[in-house]
Design a protein around this ligand. Structure first.
Ligand SMILES: O=C(O)C1=C[C@@H](OP(=O)(O)O)[C@@H](O)[C@H](O)C1
Ligand SMILES: C=C(OP(=O)(O)O)C(=O)O
Length: 432
């Protein structure tokens, strides 16, 4: 599918935020690891959350669902002995389930997105699983990966947090089910640290005890625990909504996004502060972010690691700001669905933006007058590239054509419908 994004000066209306992808994957996992029946209200429906649902079902969870909820009966620490799992293009789903798969004798995670997830490294988690006595076959730390588990051991473990927080989260979900107590030391740095807070939050809700040091670099996890079956309610998704808010920020607008809790643990809620710091006229009360855009933005400097999945949308807003913006501490954007520094900036340049890259920084020389556009954009299999380039297209002189825009469904299948409902001129055509 191609998205033909036309210049749009004005956006107006109200959008109900999509449901959080990262909470949906977590609640599905802890529902599956519980022995009883849990209920998850308002789950996300996207390729990634569907991947988690499909895989935990393959592993033996029983799932029933209707329009508002998923009812899931878990398998505890006794998953069905499947031979193959397909996580699609979902990094978090793969990494979280690699540890769960250690309870199975022989599971292969297949490589269905060789150009995207197939290129991402998983060595750091493979190392820790090997410390636990699990045998792992892999291709240079990448898919396809075969886990030969059975009886993983706890004890003293280390994991690197340099590339992704998902490796640590994966271990935090699995180690409470082991016979032994575990201690996890995070080596090097811990990127996307804030997201580990979401993992600890859901573990606590399921009655799991984890002793975490204040800096989130050391953990003590008692063994022989079990997940309680509970009721969970999924909140609105900040990473996806960040793109809607950025679109409102770069146009003349009067847009409200509902279901965005002020006290959420999602790091990407910082997008509200980032836009505010860029001079965007907005309020955030009672779960509603209300943007009254006037196309005027000012540049700023931001630590992007605090809002990793919203960085691309905020960079798109900075393309139109007065002055030079800097997003630093973002090296691990290079290890996501594409290289979100080199690949993304190449597409932004095609659209007419003035951007520079460093190993761990994105620098944007803003163009308040707008960009030319009028070119075709390569989506690089990346939903967040698609969403961010759409924002840029709205404020371009000649619009943008985004190829392979269907990949937006990885996290936000209704993105274009939502944007069109507030007046964005976007046409979707099938690619032949
Ligand atoms: O734990 C999670 O659910 C996620 C962690 C983040 O990844 P990294 O830790 O690799 O930055 C984030 O980008 C991803 O979308 C979801
Ligand atoms: C990086 C992302 O997801 P994942 O790592 O789970 O593929 C994302 O949603 O932007």
């Amino acid at each position: 599918m191609k998205a033909i994004v036309k210049p749009t000066a004005h956006l107006q209306g109200e959008i109900n935020a999509l449901s959080s992808k990262n909470y949906t994957t977590r609640y599905l996992l802890i529902g599956a690891l519980a022995d009883g029946t849990s209920t998850i209200y308002y789950p996300a429906h996207s390729e990634d959350s569907d991947a988690m649902r499909r895989c935990v079902r393959d592993l033996g969870a029983i799932i029933e669902e209707d329009d508002e909820k998923i009812v899931i009966t878990g398998f505890g620490k006794h998953p069905k002995h499947v031979s193959e799992l397909n996580v699609g293009n979902a990094g978090a789903v793969l990494r979280f389930l690699m540890s769960t798969a250690a309870f199975c004798p022989d599971v292969t995670f297949v490589n269905t997105y060789p150009e995207s997830l197939g290129k991402r490294p998983h060595d750091d988690l493979i190392d820790t699983l090997q410390q636990m006595g699990v045998k792992v076959q892999h291709s240079n730390g990448r898919l396809p990966i075969t886990i030969k588990g059975g009886q993983p051991r706890g004890g003293k473990l280390t994991v690197s947090g340099n590339v992704s927080s998902q490796f640590l989260s994966s271990l935090l979900f699995m180690t409470p089910l082991l016979e032994e107590d575990s201690e996890i030391e995070v080596l090097h740095d811990l990127k996307s640290k804030i997201i580990v807070g979401q993992t600890l939050e859901v573990l606590e809700q399921a009655g799991i005890i984890v002793h975490a040091s204040e800096d989130l670099m050391h953990y003590r996890i008692p063994g022989k625990q079990s997940y309680q079956a509970k009721e969970y309610v999924i909140q609105g998704d900040y990473p996806g909504s960040a793109a809607i808010l950025a679109a409102a920020a770069v146009t003349n607008s009067d847009v409200r996004v509902l279901r965005l809790e002020e006290n959420s643990k999602q790091g990407e809620k910082a997008c509200v502060d980032v836009l505010r710091a860029m001079g965007v006229n907005l309020t955030h009360d009672n779960g509603v972010v209300h943007v009254k855009g006037n196309q005027k933005l000012v540049a700023g400097e931001f630590d992007g690691d605090h809002f990793t999945d919203a960085v691309l949308a905020m960079v798109a807003a900075a393309v139109f700001a007065e002055g030079t913006s800097r997003f630093y501490n973002v090296e691990n954007l290079r290890y996501k669905e594409c290289d979100r520094i080199t690949d993304y900036l190449n597409e932004l340049r095609k659209a007419g933006a003035d951007v520079e890259e460093r190993q761990s920084e994105i620098i944007v020389h803003g163009k308040p007058q707008g960009v030319t556009g009028g070119v075709e954009i390569n989506a690089h299999f990346d939903h967040r590239v698609i969403m961010a380039l759409t924002v840029v297209g709205l404020r371009s002189e000649k619009g943008l054509i985004i190829r392979d825009a269907h990949h937006v469904a990885k996290s936000y299948p209704q993105y274009f419908d939502h944007l069109r409902s507030i007046g964005a001129q976007v046409e979707l055509v099938s690619e032949t």
